[in-house]
Design a protein around this ligand. Structure first.
Ligand SMILES: Cc1cc2nc3c(=O)[nH]c(=O)nc-3n(C[C@H](O)[C@H](O)[C@H](O)COP(=O)(O)OP(=O)(O)OC[C@H]3O[C@@H](n4cnc5c(N)ncnc54)[C@H](O)[C@@H]3O)c2cc1C
Length: 436
């Protein structure tokens, strides 16, 4: 993958202007490279994915947007409040409990506004941002990546660059083209969601934390305040349960889901829907490879996990920044081969596996017994919270305590460390079989 000619329109191209794409583009530009970014939509545009982790603060600092984000008046998130379907517990997951994140307090964001802040920052640092431009075709040769784009007014064109960051999200331009996606059958879930006015906030000093409410079955709800008025509310259900609910419109299904969980029914009593109800399915997958000759995947274009721990956006930003560091290094060495990107791919895989373990385990009654316990063992939970706040590579002691947590989860079936709060019958809809 050595370069033989020097005729490039830009050093690098980025496909996709979500958090992964803008983070990659900004980081590349800050390192002195010329960058073009293609985004098929025109911003502001709707996007789901509103609750961030503590580590997002490190990414804001690296991208030079920390002040803009702080000034945007997004609701402050200090962690989560966990409830069981009958309203029991209300226990907090407090990001300040972790001594291993730089700044615990993070945000719940309205993605229209948040993504636009990042896209504008990309423009500010010199990225050639082209909204309403869809990347339609790609070609990778020994010395270049060539992209064909189509603009919303029908115009088309081509650019030749040293390498491409594919940050096209679930569209997964390259993953689909090269058949790289690996599905997660145990996480074949469906989400139904909308935004509402008139949903009461939490009481106490952290009214804007995310609420995670377990259903009596294996589903769960999120409630995320994304502005002073609006609350993002959704339900995630394994496919089998979704099929049982599937009569009528998405609006009717969502209303039925609220109605059968008393605490949610009460919270939604005076809610007024402000957005259409949306449905997303099959959103968990990974990739067989995260980089190849002259391309790199960032964010959801590579992998994505069920949103239960709100990892998506923070990981997307992190992987975008990592992609930029990798391409910067590749340029110095003038080596854009997949072999040169092996370390990048390994890191993406390790992070995915770290969170996958939590997410897979969440869809078991044993995990939920422990996780929703009002009085969990403090030291172990501090370690768990560190990872859930975004630090997936904590100190050795914290990693070992996390392992111990999963030992407790595995043994809960036999030793009952925590009260059995969750149904175990087949109709609860927990996935069965191999957890590997
Ligand atoms: C139900 C649900 C709930 C979620 N909740 C959360 C949450 O609470 N917290 C959280 O952190 N994450 C959450 N997520 C995940 C979050 O939405 C994603 O992880 C995040 O948006 C990934 O960012 P990204 O930049 O990789 O992709 P995206 O944000 O999807 O950006 C990709 C961009 O690429 C553009 N694009 C696509 N194809 C092309 C093309 N051919 N040419 C040019 N542009 C293109 C798209 O228009 C889009 O703007 C949730 C996801 C789901 C499904």
């Amino acid at each position: 993958m050595q370069e033989t000619t020097q005729t490039y329109d830009f050093d690098f191209a980025v496909a996709g202007g979500g958090p992964a794409g803008t983070s990659a583009a900004i980081s590349l530009a800050l390192r002195g490279h010329s960058v073009v970014l293609f985004e098929r939509e025109t911003f502001p545009r709707f996007h789901i994915g509103e609750s961030l982790l503590s580590t997002a603060n490190d990414h804001f600092a690296a991208l030079g947007v920390a002040e803009k984000i702080a000034a945007a008046s997004f609701p402050e998130k200090w962690g989560a409040r966990l409830f069981t379907h009958d309203g029991m517990s209300g226990r907090g997951v407090d990001f300040t409990a972790s001594g291993e994140v730089n700044r615990p307090q993070t945000y719940q964001v309205c993605r229209e506004e948040f993504d636009e802040i990042l896209l504008n920052r990309a423009r500010e640092v010199g990225v050639d941002v082209r909204e309403g431009h869809r990347v339609a075709e790609l070609e990778f040769t020994a010395d270049a990546a060539t992209l064909d784009f189509v603009a919303s007014d029908g115009a088309s064109g081509r650019v030749r660059v040293r390498a491409l960051v594919d940050a096209t999200g679930r569209q997964g331009l390259i993953a689909k083209r090269y058949d790289l996606r690996t599905d997660e059958p145990r996480l074949a879930n469906i989400a139904i969601f909308a935004h509402y006015k008139g949903v009461p906030r939490l009481e106490g000093d952290r009214p804007d934390d995310i609420r995670l409410i377990a259903r009596a079955d294996s589903g769960w709800f999120w409630l995320i305040p994304i502005s002073k008025e609006l609350m993002s509310v959704g339900v995630v259900l394994p496919k089998a349960l979704y099929r049982q609910l599937k009569q009528g419109t998405p609006e009717e299904m969502l209303a039925r889901a609220y109605a059968d969980t008393p605490i949610v029914a009460e919270l939604m009593r005076s809610a007024e829907r402000a957005w259409p109800v949306r449905v997303e399915s099959d959103f968990s997958y990974s990739a067989k490879a995260y980089a190849g000759d002259r391309w790199i995947l960032a964010g959801d274009a590579g992998s994505f996990l069920d949103p239960v721990f709100s990892t998506g956006v923070s990981i997307a930003m992190e992987s975008g920044i990592e992609a930029a560091i990798e391409l910067d290094r590749a340029r110095v060495k003038n080596d854009f081969s997949s072999a040169a990107f092996a370390g990048f791919s390994k890191r993406q895989r390790q992070r995915f596996e770290t969170y996958r373990r939590f997410v897979i385990s969440f869809y078991s009654p044993e995990f939920r017994d422990l996780f929703f316990d009002p009085e969990p063992p403090k030291t172990i939970f501090r370690a768990v919270v560190t990872v859930l706040a975004g630090n997936w590579r904590p100190k050795l002691r914290t990693r070992l305590l996390n392992r111990l947590f999963f030992v407790f989860v595995a043994m809960q079936r036999y030793l009952k460390f925590s009260k059995l709060r969750f149904r175990r019958d087949a109709a609860a809809g927990y996935p069965t079989g191999d957890t590997a």
